[in-house]
Design a protein around this ligand. Sequence first.
Ligand code: GAR
Length: 198
Amino acid sequence: MLKVRTAVLVSGGGTNLQALIDASGRGELPDAELALVVSNRKSAFALERAEKAGIRAEYIGKDGFEQKLGALLDECGIELIVLAGFLKILSADFTEKWPGRIINIHPSLIPSFCGEGYYGLRVHEEALKYGVKVTGATVHYVNHIPDGGRIIFQKAVNVLEGDTPELLQRRVMEQAEWILLPEAVEKVAKEIRYGKSC
Ligand code: GAR
């Protein structure tokens, strides 16, 4: 059986994409093939990371985004979609076509600091403003509710005295996101490839 052809959707720097590329290079994604990277921002550095790794990289602009994305995913035979710092909300029409086949990484312990408007640095700003002592990251399935799909993995990270949003973001990435995302991609790809009972 072939590996699960996987598309990664990005909007920015792409450190989570890089974690997937590196994990794949170390042989830690035996059931997933990183086949396509799509950005909704032309200048996303993630596109360069993909090209450097020899992965097809495409930018799709605002006009007809989901229609064009759907056609590209079909053309590439994609079976699994990973949102890795993808900051556009996908419509219910789109997510309903991919049940159990889209996963997302979010930089907090859902259900805290999540939902529409909570993305990137803003999540860590709000966590610090609230004064939580523990935050973290969550990988979850994507449905029509922003950050509302079933949780796959979570990992807690301590908030430290003197943290800034930038420091906290970096710690959450290093201690949680870059570890959890490859593990989740492998778990879901394996289930798609061999069925849930394996
Ligand atoms: C990551 O922290 C990711 O969890 C977050 O954006 C950052 C992207 O970084 N995603 C969200 O906030 C989604 N709601 P990256 O481009 O370096 O991977």
